[in-house]
Design a protein around this ligand. Structure first.
Ligand SMILES: Cc1ncc(COP(=O)(O)O)c(C=O)c1O
Length: 448
């Protein structure tokens, strides 16, 4: 690249002209131009460092040297499709299998979370010979046509719900139908899934899959109650359907205690299909579907080849392997547990101080802070959340919101996030919620 970089204003203007408006910018009135990143920090064109609390794609840290080296070394040697024998894809599938229950022993590699989920839909439909899909309220599973149809977060403002899609209540014990005082919210929410399946069957429909994020993130950083997945699995299997765990946001040790978020529910729970994406390649487009031999064999029995031009190529697999190595070598799962626990404890201290914080929930470095206008009524406070996100940006900290009311502050930082980062961020939130923090930034889209 011999061209001098554009000024921020030029970049913005050209983007407005050439990039579709539906591709939204973060902070559209005052977007940030990021030119490089390292670890948990992203740097703008003026070398100002933003502490990133939300990018779960840069899982082992932006531009981790081991991942960069693995990718560039392999790129210099060979990149080719998967119709030839190659050690990386087999070795990588083997390494992934070591993180999963033994039943999930067969792998497909694709290029994005959406591709993984679309393939999961096909596997489920082919295996069960049923069509219908049950999802949770406000779920998001990807941007392909098939996935917009099963993502209430998107389809509710786009088009009517398809007759083959059924929506069950979100198992949210803070704001949902069954709350923390319920004796067994896991069973109660699982019965809601059964009721949805029963209702579909009454209309002569047959359910192929229950599709769920292991910890619903877009729906508001929800931690499903204990026993929920086991009981749902029973109902799902009784209906001849399969259980798909979408680990695209939550996998690869983020939750600290275990490698996969579905394992938080206990060792006795094994989904039929697991989909992976985002953190898997630390920013490189790579994703994966893991399933049982039985399901994969039924898919194969159609006689139709599954081919994906880029999926599972040697460069992607070298990068995937390097990500697994770094997670292990740097004990990032342990770090997620330690730093996440510390961050939650600091946030709970803030909750005791600031009535706007209604709930703090999470596992490892997957944390949600629900902001409310009235603690008793639990009325969502999206304007408080929006203001907090904007003020944090002025402090060079990137946070964001999730949930249908956009009142849940989410934390999903790169896994190298430190105790000092946690303290720093909570200190800033405290100051902002106390009304003490001034505006540091003058910036914006000014001519330079
Ligand atoms: C839970 C979940 N599933 C699937 C996807 C789709 O992944 P991608 O954007 O890589 O296609 C996303 C993306 O945000 C997601 O959050």
């Amino acid at each position: 690249m011999d061209r001098a970089p554009y000024t921020k204003l030029e970049t913005f203007n050209l983007r407005q002209k050439r990039i579709a408006a539906s591709c939204r910018l973060f902070f559209p009135e005052d977007p940030i131009k990021i030119v490089r990143a390292q670890g948990q920090y992203a740097y703008d064109e003026k070398e100002r460092a933003y502490l990133d609390c939300i990018n779960n794609v840069a899982h082992v840290g932006y531009c981790h040297p081991d991942v960069v080296k693995a990718g560039s070394d392999q790129m210099a040697l060979l990149n080719i499709n998967t119709r030839f024998l190659h050690d990386h894809i087999t070795h990588y599938a083997n390494r992934l299998s070591e993180t999963l229950p033994p039943e999930l022993s067969t792998f497909y590699f694709v290029n994005s979370g959406s591709e993984a989920n679309d393939l999961a839909v096909r596997l489920a439909q082919q295996y069960t010979r049923h069509q219908d899909i049950v999802v949770l309220e406000n779920a998001y599973h990807g941007h392909l046509t098939s996935l917009i149809d099963i993502s209430p977060y998107k389809f509710k403002s786009l088009r009517p719900q398809k007759e083959w899609v059924h929506v069950a209540p979100i198992p949210d014990t803070y704001r949902g139908k069954y709350r923390e005082q319920h004796p067994d919210p896991g069973a109660a929410y699982a019965n809601e899934v059964k009721a949805v399946i029963d209702e579909a069957e009454k209309k002569n429909r047959k359910v192929a899959a229950f599709f769920v994020e292991s910890l619903p993130s877009v729906a508001g950083q929800i931690i499903p109650p204990a026993g929920y997945f086991q009981k749902v699995l029973e109902h799902v299997h009784d209906a001849g359907a399969v259980f798909v765990a979408d680990e695209i946001q939550t996998g690869f040790g983020r939750v600290g205690k275990c490698f996969w978020a579905f394992q938080l529910q206990g060792d006795d729970f094994v989904p039929d299909i697991v989909t992976m994406g985002k953190p898997i390649g630390n920013g490189h487009p790579l994703s994966c579907v893991a399933t049982t031999k039985e399901i994969a064999n039924v898919f194969d029995a159609t006689g139709v080849e599954h081919f994906n031009t880029f999926g599972g190529n040697p460069v992607s697999c070298a990068i995937g392997l390097a990500v697994l190595d770094v997670i292990e070598k740097e004990d990032l799962r342990g770090n997620a547990l330690r730093v996440g626990t510390y961050l939650m404890s600091l946030l709970n201290e803030l909750k005791a101080k600031h009535p706007a914080i209604g709930d703090v929930r999470g596992a490892g470095l997957f944390i949600g802070v629900e902001l409310v206008n009235d603690r008793q009524e639990r009325t969502p406070a999206p304007e408080v959340a929006k203001n907090l996100v904007e003020r944090m940006k002025e402090e060079f900290i990137l946070i964001s919101t999730d949930g249908p009311d956009r009142n849940v502050i989410k934390f999903k930082p790169p896994m190298c996030f430190t105790m000092e980062n946690a303290k720093f961020v909570v200190n800033k939130i405290d100051k902002i919620l106390s009304g003490q923090s001034g505006c540091n930034q003058t910036s914006s889209l000014q001519p330079e």
